[in-house]
Design a binder for this molecule. Structure first.
Ligand code: AHG
Ligand code: MN
Ligand code: MN
Length: 307
């Protein structure tokens, strides 16, 4: 059984980046415990995007920042739960995160996650997803698992009872699902179906998926939905814009860029319908983007349909 440290060494990550992953996995371990046991209540505050915060959004954010402050390699952080980027130390690593994605699903006991992009930058303004040196997503379901990339492919680890992350699957591949081993089903995760009321091209695309008998796999949490694609090795997750919100809801820096790096590193694709998500330059921290992510052919189908 390979652990995280030996995987990272084998992938050529230096001591400093391995140290950053140490702080992140320690945070994931603590958030995982909090998700299982802490109060799920709303706390009556909103984040800078006007979204209602639950206690665990704030708690998860605090856990990450406190852990990262202990790490001398870290300089800058930006979080969905903070109004601005913040210098927390003198190190060269800069981390951008959604501490608890899908937090409104915790009380109903659905899976949720943490999403983290890792850069070496002095500010996030002007960065592209391609600038990430690594990314990590954690899934808090019946098991706590993480996917990570140091741009040498994607591996999945599981948190065991001893608090260690053990390699479950290396060289994760997302293809088109046409080979016999991947089974007959095609999967679709259609976010923001409300958009169909004004975005008729999206309605047509959804109808295509239904008529072609794709299997629906949608949980309401982007992390478990993309986790499904990564492990089944095929599928597509969509979150388009519509009349009132042309860029949809999901944030480029905190959600879409890390997810897209992991998906591309697994051989899949991620696009806003026009260009690769990873090529989009960050103009402001709260920037949103439509996203179509998963098997290359499926992402291309979305781009063609929504042109
Ligand atoms: P968050 O909980 O961080 O605000 O974001 C949840 C996201 C994502 O996980 C999911 O795919 C999407 O919101 C669902 O959005 P709808 O509210 O449109 O269902
Ligand atoms: Mn989120
Ligand atoms: Mn969140």
């Amino acid at each position: 059984m390979q652990n995280l440290q030996s995987y990272l060494e084998g992938a050529g990550a230096g001591d400093e980046l391995i140290g950053v992953f140490g702080s992140l996995t320690e945070s994931v371990r603590k958030i995982s415990l909090a998700v299982r046991t802490a109060d799920t209540g709303k706390i009556g505050t909103t984040n800078s995007y006007g979204e209602e915060q639950v206690a665990m959004d704030v708690f998860s954010n605090t856990i990450l920042i406190e852990e990262l402050k202990k790490n001398s390699q870290v300089g800058l952080v930006a979080s969905e739960e903070l109004p601005d980027e913040e210098k927390i130390g003198g190190g060269e690593y800069a981390l951008a995160f959604d501490p608890l994605d899908g937090s409104s699903l915790v009380d109903v006991n659905f899976s949720v996650g943490t999403i983290i992009g890792i850069y070496k930058k002095k500010t996030f303004i002007g960065v592209k997803g391609d600038d990430q040196v690594a990314a990590l997503i954690a899934v808090y379901g019946p098991r706590t698992t993480i996917f990570l990339t140091v741009k040498k492919g994607v591996a999945q680890f599981m948190l065991n009872l001893k608090g260690e992350f053990i390699l479950m699957k290396d060289k994760i591949q997302v293809g088109e699902g046409s080979d016999a081993s991947s089974g007959a089903s095609k999967y679709f995760a259609p976010g923001n179906l409300r958009a169909c009321a004004s975005n008729l091209a999206y309605l047509d695309l959804v109808n295509y998926w239904i008529k072609e008998q794709y299997t629906l796999r949608y949980s309401g949490g982007m992390v478990p939905d993309i986790n499904h694609i990564l492990l089944k090795g095929k599928g597509v997750f969509a979150y388009p814009g519509y009349k009132d919100e042309p860029n949809g809801k999901l944030r480029l820096l905190f959600e879409c860029a890390p997810m897209s790096l992991i998906m591309e590193q697994a051989g899949g694709a991620a696009s806003d319908g026009k260009i690769r998500i990873l090529e989009k330059k960050l103009e402001n921290l709260e920037q949103r983007t439509p996203i179509f992510i998963g098997s290359k052919g499926e992402v291309q189908r979305c781009s063609n349909a929504l042109k």
